[in-house]
Structure formats: C-alpha cells, structure tokens
Design a protein around this ligand. Structure first.
Ligand code: ZN
Length: 438
C-alpha cells in the first residue's frame, strides 16, 4: 500500500494546481453580516471589505453538495482527479480510517471588497508517513486551496490532516473529542483510577511493612509481601526532574509543555504534566500542588501546578500589554449558528446524535469558526491591525457547553500568538501575522 500511495502522491503532486472552480456567490454583505453576527463581531468594520478569516466560506459547498464522511470539508463542484480525496480514500481502504485535522494556515494577499467574484483551486502537496502517533500509525496529508479574483491570487490555505489506523483500544473517531490517550487499568492500578474519580491521589502501601510505592505493583519491593492497601496523598510535592516536550506531536496536546517527575511529601515520585507553567519557568525543586485535569467526559488525570497558583489562576489569561482575554460561552446555538454562517454542514457541528455516534461528547466548533474567532480576538485588541495570515495548530475539540477563552501575546516580527483554551486544554494555538497598519 505504501508504495502505491507514494506513487499516487507523486502523480497528484505532478498534476499541480487544479483548474479554477467559480465560487457560488460573490463577496456579499448578507453572508458577511450572518458571519459577523454569529461570531459575535460587533465592530461594524466590514462594510467595505470582507473579514479575511472568512475566506474559506466563499468556496464551501451548499446543502445539496454535502461533504463526504471522512473526507475533507466540502467544496463546490471540484474535479475528483485534482483533489486530495483520492489519497484520503486510498488510506481509508488500507485501514487508515481515522482522521483528525492538525494544521490550517491562511495567507491573505489582500482584503476582498464587496462584489468581487472568486474562484478556487486545489494543489495537492504531499503525504508523509507512516508515522507512529498516539492515535495509531498514520500518514499526514497536506494540500493547499487558493482563491483568485480575476486572475489575481488573493488568499491561500494550507490544510493538513492525520489519517491513522485506530489502535484496537482506541476510539474509532478521536477527532470527535475523546482525549486520545487512555490509561491501562488493571487489577494492580484500579484503586488508583477509582481514587482519581473520587478526587483522591492514592498511593499504594504495603499492608505488612507499611512502605509506600508508586507506580503500583503486585509485590512490596521492601519485604516482598503481596498484601497491600493505600493512603491518600496530601497532593503536595516538588519537581524532582522534568522535560519540556516539543516533539513528536501528540494529538490532543499542544507543545511545548512541561512533564514533571514530582516527589510527593509522602516520599514517592509520580509523573504528570505541569500546568500553568511556561517551559522556561520550570525548575528542579519547584513546589507544586495537585490538580485534577478533566480530559474528556470519562477521563480525568492527576496533574500538577506551581504551588500557590490556584486553579482559578489558569483561567486568568496570561497576556502581555494588559490585554483582556476573550471568553466565549459555547452554547449549542453558538456552535450551530457559526457552523451555518461558515456554510459548514458537517453533521458533527449541528447534530448531537451524529456527533455522539462518532465518539464525540457533543457537537463541537468547526475550524472555520475557530479561525474567525482568532481574527475577532486580534482585532478587538488591535483595531488598527491588518491581518497577513493566521496559522492554526489544532488541539482538543471545543464542545457545546464548554467555554473558550482566547488570550494572546506578541511573539516577535509583529506577530501574535493566540491561544484558545477549553476545559480539556488547548483547543487551538494560532500564530497571527500582521501587516503594517494602514
Ligand atoms: Zn512491605
């Protein structure tokens, strides 16, 4: 399959850019108004130009041209031969049936005026793999879409998905929102996970000599007794050692993040993520305290944060220049109305029954809305800015019922990093490039 896939990839890449397909509607005030109202953009600034983050909306399919399940977002009347769908279906046939979007990058050559007639093309970029990922073995598939007005290119989008072979113990549709990594729970460790569910950090104790041990095991390393019980840890410790994880990418997590080996007051050591701590701020000996992090509907993990930073402090956006975070309550109405305003009719964004059948906790925000909210955040804090591009790295889904909090910080070259966090962690990390103010 691999050789055949790579041959097909070469063939598609050699085809280059597809023929242009006209977008169904010119850039128009009605669609812009629907979009701005749905996304909560009350700036009133879009009377002459279209919001740049709206670019993909102009080429989305209508309700009579529904996207194919497991395929990419629907596009109008595309010639099948020029499309990455052939790669995706080849991977489906080979058992790589899982799909999760990992990257979406917009480049805006210029802003669009009302009345412009657009057309769009697709360029297949490539396939890399097989790669071992937390979700299972998979291939990353990348393509571009470009938008033209007359003969002039006005915008480009890179889109990358991971197509993977779900592992036997993994859910069939992790894109649907379950945190992809699951603990192995067995007779020796069940008490620990029962404790986590009860809000306790339990440490195994030898019932003969009283020695504590972690990770749990069947026999006491000190006296070889097999009788055991447990104690509940106070939830305080210090960083004994740590690493900053940059690579490889782990679906559901956004690098860089700190993974610490924490020495508990009780004397044993345990591994967990260090939350609310920038990689440069971690140090050996740092006092930390326990925090239970909800990963999805079923899974909670014991994690750590610098001592004295109450969990509420995480919600407090870490922003530079005194910027306020943008909090968005993801009501079902918000999720559905933004999906419709971006012409994204994929059922997981409006139909809870379909979303749950595919392994999701609920309906969730679509990518076109996420990128629009990043734009809204940037322009609310910098009203004079003009966007040159937005690059998204996608994390955990943003479900209906959750709250999305966007915060930002400058990252040099006039660019901004915008993070969008939900209860389970980072939904998105975006790098926003700005043009010189007009
Ligand atoms: Zn013992």
């Amino acid at each position: 399959m691999h050789d055949r896939l790579m041959a097909l990839a070469d063939e598609l890449a050699a085809e280059g850019e597809s023929a242009a397909t006209p977008c169904p509607d010119p850039v128009n005030a009605a669609m812009i108004r629907n979009w701005t109202r749905a996304l909560g953009d009350r700036s009133g600034r879009w009377s002459e130009y279209a919001p740049p983050a709206m670019i993909q909306v102009w080429s989305m399919a209508g309700p009579d041209e529904r996207p194919q399940p497991g395929g990419r977002s629907g596009q109008v009347g595309r010639e099948e031969t020029a499309s990455p769908d052939r790669i995706l279906s080849t991977l489906d046939e080979a058992g790589y049936v899982g799909v999760v979007a990992t990257n979406c990058e917009h480049t805006y050559d210029r802003y669009l005026r009302l009345g412009e007639e657009l057309s769009t093309t697709v360029i297949f970029d490539g396939v890399t793999g097989p790669k071992r990922t937390a979700l299972g073995e998979g291939y990353f598939v990348t393509w571009y879409e470009r938008w033209y007005s007359g003969g002039e290119r006005v915008a480009e989008m890179l889109f990358r998905v991971l197509k993977f072979k779900p592992r036997g113990d993994a859910p069939p549709a992790p894109s649907g929102g379950r945190y992809p990594l699951r603990p192995a729970v067995g007779p020796d460790t069940r008490f620990f996970w029962d404790g986590v569910r009860a809000g306790e950090l339990r440490i195994q104790r030898c019932a003969e000599c009283g020695a504590l041990r972690h990770p749990p095991g069947p026999m006491c390393p000190a006296c070889h007794a097999t009788k055991r019980d447990h104690v509940t840890a106070a939830g305080r410790g210090v960083v004994h050692s740590y690493v900053v994880h940059h690579h490889p990418p782990v679906p559901g997590l956004t690098p860089p993040y700190v993974v610490a080996l924490v020495e508990l007051e009780e004397g044993v050591r345990i591994i967990g993520d260090l939350l609310g701590c920038a990689p440069g701020d971690a140090y050996v000996g740092m006092p930390v305290e326990l925090e239970f992090q909800r990963m999805d509907e079923e899974l909670t993990l014991p994690q750590w944060r610098p001592a004295g930073t109450a969990p509420a402090a995480v919600e407090e956006p870490e922003h530079a220049e005194g910027e306020a975070g943008l909090r968005i309550e993801l009501t079902p109405t918000f999720v559905i109305s933004t999906a419709l305003a971006t012409r994204d009719l994929t059922p997981v964004h409006h139909d809870p029954a379909v979303a749950r059948a595919q392994g999701s906790a609920d309906i969730f925000l679509n990518i076109l809305t996420t990128i629009g909210l990043v734009q809204r955040y940037v322009l609310e804090s910098r009203p004079d800015a003009r966007l040159a591009g937005i690059a998204l790295r996608l994390g955990v889904p943003a479900y209906a019922g959750d709250t999305l909090t966007l915060t930002g910080r400058p990252v040099g070259d006039g660019a901004l990093e915008v993070r969008g966090a939900v209860g389970a962690g980072d939904h998105v990390v975006a790098t926003v490039r700005l043009k010189e103010p007009a």
